[in-house]
Design a protein around this ligand. Sequence first.
Ligand SMILES: Nc1ncnc2c1ncn2[C@@H]1O[C@H](COP(=O)(O)OP(=O)(O)O)[C@@H](O)[C@H]1O
Ligand SMILES: [Mg+2]
Length: 367
Amino acid sequence: MADIQLNNVTKNYGKLEVVHGINLDIEHNEFVVLVGPSGCGKSTTLRMIAGLEEITGGEISIGGRVVNDLAPRKRDISMVFQNYALYPHMTVRENLGFGLKIAKQSKDIIEQRVNEAAAILSIEDLMDRTPAELSGGQRQRVAMGRAIVRHPQVFLFDEPLSNLDAKLRVQMRTEIKRLHQKVKTTIVYVTHDQVEAMTLADRIVVMKDGHIVQVGAPLDVFERPVDTFVASFIGSPPMNLIPGEIALQDGRLHVVFQAENTMPVPRDLADKVVEGQKVIFGFRADDMMPKAHSLPILGEAYDLRLAVDIAEPLGTETLLFSTFSGADIQTKMFNPRRVEPGEVMDFNCALDKTHLFDAQTGKSLRG
Ligand SMILES: Nc1ncnc2c1ncn2[C@@H]1O[C@H](COP(=O)(O)OP(=O)(O)O)[C@@H](O)[C@H]1O
Ligand SMILES: [Mg+2]
């Protein structure tokens, strides 16, 4: 049975509807990440699950129980925010135990739960410090500890790492993943950062303008984006998207771009398009690499020449910037070597991994 169910949930602020009838089933112990650009309704959705916002329409249930009218503290959830406020005059130990003390738990239980959380988060050495004596990452760990001690059915996280610097963010990301492996609970996690979503989630839920656009395992969404929005939002660098038109050339359907450039339509998409159709051709940087600098190509390869304007060496890989039929594109190169600005290189395109989207709707033609 799903642990959390959202059935046709809507949210209005006054007359304005900001969440438009979303449906989502979250499994027991699943780590689900809601991801999307700022303002798409992630926090509102999370706060409705928490009970911090009333829902305007639809139904939310947690553990099989409809919670529409249930107070937040009765929902058996713990929430960790971006702006966690620790009590400045209390020690870490007191901060961790405070919620349980208020809930009138016995001293023994409080001590046991606090010690357990401290062990999970490796903060045993910090227990007698006050928040002022902690680094940002340590404070964030204490904030998570306060959620852990309550043994909730569900953890809700709203951009918990946004205030940390880049290095610490990556470190805490791993810790949150480890936390989920140790404390098996359902987690709903909100972020605008697609890398965080990809790395943490069992399933990601991509949102846009108050709608769910796509739900799936990170790699499935990466490999089969349903539309150009998901294609460019998930994955870094963003998928290259180039407008073109379908035409028959030498007995095979091709995408014809500006300036007479063409690319054959991948064989598995040949029956999804018709001559004259306006499309957007998409490919990832990883699927267009210079020869001798590429990964092995599975399926059909297509050769083309490109001039490289700029090369950005990152160590193992180098990002290459070019122009193709009026569009700025990014490709990748392994086995690094120096690339001169303007250098023309022979590329291999992994044609079977490319995408076609309808130019009008932006929807993937893979269906
Ligand atoms: N209290 C509020 N009153 C009015 N509009 C709000 C309120 N909270 C959020 N919104 C609007 O709802 C939409 C979704 O917001 P939010 O859920 O915070 O987005 P996200 O967390 O994805 O950035 C935005 O357009 C935002 O301006
Ligand atoms: Mg938000």
